[in-house]
Design a protein around this ligand. Sequence first.
Ligand code: HEM
Length: 274
Amino acid sequence: MSDFPYVALETKGWRMAMGLRPLDLDHWLEVDERRDIELEQKRQLLDTAYDVVVATTPEGDEGSRELLAEVTSFLEAHQPDIAVDVRGDDHPLVAAARLVQEDLCVLVHSDVWRLQAACVCFPSRWNLASKLGTTLDDIHRPVPSYDVELSRPTNAFFERLKPERSFWRLNWTLIDSPALHQPTSARRSSHGDLADWFFRMERQTLRRLAHSDAIVFTIRNYVASAKELCDTHEEFGTTLLLNLDTAPDAMQSYKGWIGVADRLRASLGGASTN
Ligand code: HEM
């Protein structure tokens, strides 16, 4: 676990922020040793639950075709050892999603920016079908305080995003299952101690495609045992507790964190005296 790539937590406590950083397109997508496992999982989901993991409209087709071309040329340039097999009978977005560990979303501007095509095999407790065709504000409706804190800057960012300058951001959560595919929003009540919780980091990228003018949003998930991160990263446990404690009640409830900090505190205290 010492090589878990993104542990970043706010050291000053809970904060909801855009947190956008400039993205060098040479690092657009990330390939690691879990590629075969995750792509096999995608293959199985596409076979058994296609309508849960794929949602498309004709408005998203042009952007999807350009996205597939971008994904294949990225892999050819940066991962020359990977065989880039594109299935001709797939929707281009699905063909692209089969090649990379990321989930892929295409947003197209009509009256406003709307989600018009997506292949999301690894959702973090949200339902893709309900978001298709909707706006950034509607997509984020369940997120407490998004409307007052992030709606305006996020919409403005989408208006300004240019093909020459791409961005990335991180979004973390603490979750009671290591499964990558979590499509239901039901949040179970807190249970268990540290060993039952998992730190889930989403690395997200945002880029505007030059020809179709669509915006591509990619989501790559990294999951690690909270216990192992506490054991291997100094300060992780205390910073995690600080973030849980200082998250507003509505956010704790949205995330399923009510009562969790106290349980973790107990097991962290136990761990540190051993
Ligand atoms: C600058 C761009 C964006 C920002 C700042 C942003 C921010 C956020 C934040 C803070 C959350 C709460 C996550 C949590 O900790 O649980 C969230 C959730 C979410 N975001 Fe975004 N987001 C952005 C772009 C997008 C885009 C382009 C999509 C398109 C699919 C998207 C889809 C979602 C979904 C589906 C959720 C979960 C909502 C639910 O619970 O139903 N986000 N986002």
